[in-house]
Design a protein around this ligand. Structure first.
Ligand code: PMT
Length: 403
């Protein structure tokens, strides 16, 4: 399993999000990581040490002055044992202590004494998060190389809405997994397009398609995990932005064309997972169209620019990965698009009848000049990781690992 014998220390502090760490510990243990928990006194008001002891299979430490605990694995040993330290949820108080180098409780002492990379996942009320004192402390931690994960935006336990939610357990797990993995795209810039485009007919109607954006968002997250700096150009979808990814929202194919071209300037790789509308109404009505009194309503359609085709026509362009969404003869159409659009790789998927669009899983067949590979049905998140690994392989084969 991918985290076998990896040693992760989680520092849990006092916040309602502490209950989510139970799920994180389980997920890390599923991947065979060794997990040890240090709790602040405040954290024990939310989840008991016994719960974490049962989930981690290891004694849980709370106090610096616990003689039995110190005799078993002292705080310095604990700090040396850890290959990664994650403080989650990180309260405003703990962030302040870490920023100022306090060492008057077990967690702050371990963080000071460890040589392992430290990750901090803040969780607090949005007004507290926005407070300049908190922001200054977070800034100090960042400058010192602590990786601050999130927080995310959304509904809060206190009823507020805003920034301050801890990242979800699966996101924290993925970040930890990625931190141990090879990052073949480290230092590379990747642009991904995702989702549908909407082509307005009038102020209330549009032509769209069934793309949910899930495949493209998963590709963006996987490229980020692989170490790339990622820009995600997203059509109109309501998905959360993957951690660490820069997102540009667009609506129409022409807006996507403009955003992708701009973002791809100097980029290493472009992955076109968006289902771009091939046509748009030639004219957009200023007011809502009225029924034509029984007569057929005719819409004249104009062709949209081909985004990936425009990139391919540029003398210096990124490594180009297209998708082919087909309802039949997938291999034939995909190979034809690979050649016709001048792509480096194409990922073909069968769509329609509950496949490809909207659903959480997918299957892909990759084609490139001189080769192909099947990626069997799997969750889009998993499939995207496999796709990105293949893209990195082909990209590095073409460009060399240093260029
Ligand atoms: O979003 P989901 O619900 O998760 O669904 C995923 C998906 C099925 C949308 C995705 O896996 C997929 O197949 N995306 C590409 C869909 C598509 O538009 O395929 P196409 O065969 O029409 O286009 C071929 C390629 O040209 C694509 O890379 C497309 O982004 C690109 N294109 C197409 C038209 C255009 N005007 N500009 C383009 O760049």
């Amino acid at each position: 399993m991918i985290l076998r014998q990896r040693r992760i220390l989680i520092g849990v502090t006092g916040g309602i999000a502490a209950y989510k760490i139970c799920e994180l510990v389980r997920r890390l243990r599923d991947l065979e990581a060794e997990v040890r928990i240090v709790m602040t006194e405040g954290a024990t008001h939310f989840v008991t040490p016994t719960t974490f002891q049962a989930l981690s299979g290891q004694p849980v430490r709370v106090s610096l002055w616990d003689e039995a605990g110190e005799a078993a694995m002292g705080h310095i040993e604990l700090a040396k044992w850890a290959e990664r330290v994650l403080v989650a949820p990180a309260s405003a108080d703990t962030i302040a202590r870490l920023a100022h180098g306090f060492a008057n409780d077990l967690l702050s002492t371990v963080v000071l004494a460890t040589a392992a990379p430290v990750y901090v996942a803040p969780a607090m009320n949005q007004q507290m998060w926005a407070n300049l004192a908190v922001q200054a402390n977070v800034g100090t931690l960042r400058v010192r190389g602590v990786q601050v994960l999130g927080p995310a935006d959304g509904d809060q336990a206190c009823g507020d809405i805003g920034s301050g939610r801890m990242l979800e357990p699966h996101e924290l797990r993925d970040i930890l997994v990625a931190s141990f993995g090879e990052q073949p795209l480290r230092g590379r810039r990747v642009v991904v397009s995702a989702g549908p485009t909407y082509e307005d007919i009038d102020p209330v109607r549009f032509i769209g398609n069934r793309s949910s954006g899930r495949m493209g968002f998963a590709v963006a997250a996987a490229a980020r995990e692989a170490g790339a700096e990622v820009t995600l150009v997203a059509g109109p979808v309501s998905l959360p932005t993957p951690h660490g990814v820069q997102r540009i929202d667009v609506r129409s194919a022409r807006q996507m064309h403009e955003a992708v071209l701009k973002a791809s300037d100097g980029a290493d790789i472009y992955v076109g997972a968006a289902a771009v509308g091939d046509y748009r109404p030639a004219d957009v009505a200023d007011h809502k169209l009225k029924k034509a009194g029984g007569e057929p309503l005719r819409l004249e359609l104009a062709e949209n620019p081909d985004i990936i085709g425009t990139l391919a026509a540029q003398p210096r362009h990124p490594f180009l990965v297209g998708f082919a969404a087909e309802t039949r003869d997938v291999a034939t159409y995909a190979r034809d698009k690979l050649a016709r659009k001048g792509l480096d790789m194409i990922a073909a998927n069968e769509v329609g009848g509950g496949r490809g669009f909207e659903v959480a899983d997918n299957a892909l067949h990759l084609y490139w000049a001189g080769g192909d590979a099947a990626l069997p049905r799997a969750a889009k998140t998993e499939l995207a990781r496999q796709l990105v690994a293949r893209i990195a392989e082909r990209f590095l084969a073409n460009h060399g690992s240093q260029s």
